[in-house]
Write a protein that binds this ligand. Sequence first.
Ligand code: NAD
Length: 389
Amino acid sequence: MEKPTVRIALIGYRFMGKLHSHAYNMVQQLMDPPCRIELAVLCGRDSSALKAAQEAWGWREISTDWRAVVARTDIDAVDIAVPGNAHAEIALAALAKGKHVLCEKPLANTLADAEAMVDAAEASGKVHMVGFNYRRAPAVQLARRLIDEGRLGKIFQVRGTYLQDWAADPNVPLTWRFDRSVAGSGSLGDLLTHVLDMTRFLVGDFEEVTALSHTFVARRPLPANFSGTGLGHAGQAASDSFGSVDVDDVTAVLARLEGGVIGVFEATRFATGFKNALCLEVHGDRGAIRFDLERMNELDYYAVETEEPTRQGFRRILATHPDHPYMQYWWPEGHIVGYDVTFAHEIHDWLSAIIRSQPVSPDFTDGMRCQAVVDAIASSAQKRVTVSL
Ligand SMILES: NC(=O)c1ccc[n+]([C@@H]2O[C@H](COP(=O)([O-])OP(=O)(O)OC[C@H]3O[C@@H](n4cnc5c(N)ncnc54)[C@H](O)[C@@H]3O)[C@@H](O)[C@H]2O)c1
């Protein structure tokens, strides 16, 4: 029987737009999805850059008008890969036109927008998903399997960090990631949200947070092509060739989670030496796990009971066995996979849920709950108090 076709419109064509385009092609060619994928329309604001992207990645059409695109009757699903300030408006318009929606993280820049997106998504009956792709690294799925099997026992503590260093250079220009009106926040929304989501996925929900945020570099040079568009507050505040940063460079959090679990978290763009180190460690009375995105094919696992005390220690599981989650799609055992497969797994599962009319997680409700934790962290850091959720 011929597979049904899902016709995609992708809004945004730069970093995430490129990865999502690549992921659709990976899914179509290598993951045997239950549908045919039609790369129908690629949308953005610069038509010559769009044209180059269209030719490179195989999109049928391009458009600079996302409102017209999401209203088209020959589009089934809308994929939102633009900065956070545009997520809610595009998602609400797409859902109102009966489209399935995949929205990049963070779901929205405010909790109110995230709640409106959940209401609209639930009322639409369409399949909605938020792009916390790291849940779908095979080693993270394996961690979840070990926890579900009870191999960690009663969980005591979780420790999560997301460390990058690209902003430590004060000459890095004032792009939208330093502008609250576009990005919502800095390291908190950009990086810590991935850690919060992975923690919710593996351990449980947050009950209270105590946070500290700091901005190391308060003014940055304007980008060479700065025109005042795309930057909100920071752009308007610009004088000479510099503008102000109004987001956090680093955020640190102490948290209490459901079940009495204690969490310690940190996200920073100033951790010199680290490029993309999302690390999560979970400790229970029967065992522990440790994941590091810079070694994403590996899961460290410690089992309390299996060895004599003199031989105990973490062991490294290479999460590439065909029985490990998602590895049936890829290569012979030990032939490692990369960053891009997390997006392919996400898109495969979203499209499969669309064809089967089933929900998929993380959905907009997960995105909204994550945003509630982000709000609590921002409020705690600002008021210097503990905030309950
Ligand atoms: N899942 C992940 O690991 C991950 C990684 C990076 C970024 N992201 C998220 O993806 C989103 C996009 O980030 P990016 O790194 O791709 O940014 P980017 O700057 O590389 O690209 C942004 C794109 O959005 C387009 N755009 C911006 N405003 C628009 C508007 N109003 N209308 C139409 N197009 C608009 C730009 O033209 C560009 O194509 C953000 O929400 C970010 O947090 C997720």
